[in-house]
Structures are given as structure tokens and as C-alpha cells.
Ligand binder design. Structure first.
Ligand code: COA
Length: 159
């Protein structure tokens, strides 16, 4: 049986922090599906196709990672993919309450699916997509935060 995990998120855009979590998960599971959410309750800068495309390019070095997008509940998607595990990154204490609420709500919806939290390396602890978007708007260098394909996408957006 394939041990498959789903790593869901908005990925608006994907960052080195997300990739750090994904690389750890890829070592633990036979296959990891990076699932880009269509409905996230957030106003995204990049549309679903743009976010998914950046994720595909940024993860092309990981042979057991598949990039997909989904609409609807993440637990339904995870079940459909015959997985019983969702991965989430836990950065600082500030993530804890939100992540706990998310995990417990998902648990109530789908008791058969577990959420596993992975901690990123120290240097990625305080990164977030919102902060990176602010830096991009203010034309700050982004090389430490996001892959080249994302930098290119920001440049295209600004034009
Ligand atoms: N490194 C850097 N930043 C990270 C990170 C990491 N390792 N892990 C998370 N983040 C940041 C993200 O960049 C994002 O920052 P932002 O808020 O500044 O944009 C923030 O942490 C959280 O983003 P993300 O991990 O993408 O989660 P989310 O809360 O945006 O999305 C979904 C969560 C997609 C899983 C959730 O909305 C979902 O499941 N949607 C489908 C509908 C559903 O099932 N809803 C019921 C859920 S109970």
C-alpha cells in the first residue's frame, strides 16, 4: 500500500518555508500531494492557476511530490485521494490556536484522517506569504524567501 500524504494550503505564493516542510514530508511518505486550495476564505493575489503553476515549477526537483488543486472540503479531497494523513507546518506559537482549530474541525468532519504537524527549520520560522507580498510590493529583494519562478510572477504582476 502506498503511504500517501496531502499537504494543503493557499500557497499565495509558495515560499521556501513551504518547500522546507514539503521536503521533510517527502522523506516520510511514498507520495505527497501538494494540494492548492481554491476556496480558502482569503483574497488571493495569484489566481488558482497561477498558484498551482508556481507550485509545479518550484517542486519539480521532488520526484514523489504531485501538485494538484482542489475545491470544497480538504477532508473530502484527502479521502478521494485515498490518503489518511494531512500535513501542516507549525511555525511559531502564533500558529498554534489556528492550526489546532483547523485540525479539530477536520477531525470532527473526518475522524479517519490525521493531521501531522511538521516544524520548519529555524530560518523559515517567521516567513509568511503576506509578509513576502509586502516586500514584493515595496520592491525589496526576495531571493531569500521564494523560488525564481515566484519572483518572475511578482514581476509580471507589477507590469
Ligand atoms: N513557511 C512559511 N509560511 C508558511 C508556512 C511555512 N512553512 N506554513 C504556512 N505558512 C503561512 C502561509 O504563507 C500563510 O501566510 P499568510 O496568512 O500570510 O498568507 C499562512 O501561513 C497560512 O497559510 P496556509 O498554510 O496556506 O493555510 P491557509 O490557512 O491559508 O489555508 C487550507 C488552509 C487551505 C488548508 C484551508 O483553508 C482549507 O482546508 N480550505 C479548504 C476548505 C476547507 O476544508 N475548510 C475547512 C477547514 S476546517
Amino acid at each position: 500500500m502506498i503511504r500517501r500524504a496531502v499537504y494543503p494550503g493557499t500557497f499565495d505564493p509558495i515560499t521556501f518555508g513551504h518547500l522546507n516542510i514539503l521536503e521533510k514530508a517527502a522523506k516520510m511518505f511514498d507520495e505527497v500531494i501538494l494540494a492548492v486550495a481554491d476556496f480558502t476564505g482569503k483574497n488571493t493575489l495569484f489566481d488558482l492557476a497561477e498558484r498551482t503553476s508556481m507550485c509545479r515549477i518550484a517542486t519539480s526537483h521532488l520526484s514523489n511530490v504531485v501538485v494538484d488543486s482542489f475545491d470544497g472540503l480538504i477532508v473530502d479531497y484527502t479521502r478521494k485521494k485515498e490518503s489518511a494523513v494531512m500535513i501542516r507546518g507549525m511555525r511559531a506559537v502564533s500558529d498554534f490556536e489556528y492550526e489546532l482549530a483547523l485540525a479539530l474541525t477536520n477531525k470532527k468532519l473526518a475522524p479517519d484522517i490525521e493531521t501531522i504537524f511538521l516544524v520548519p527549520n529555524l530560518r523559515y520560522m517567521y516567513q509568511s506569504s503576506s509578509l513576502i507580498k509586502q516586500l514584493a510590493l515595496l520592491s525589496s529583494a526576495l531571493d531569500d524567501y521564494v523560488p525564481a519562478c515566484v519572483i518572475k510572477a511578482f514581476e509580471t504582476k507589477k507590469k
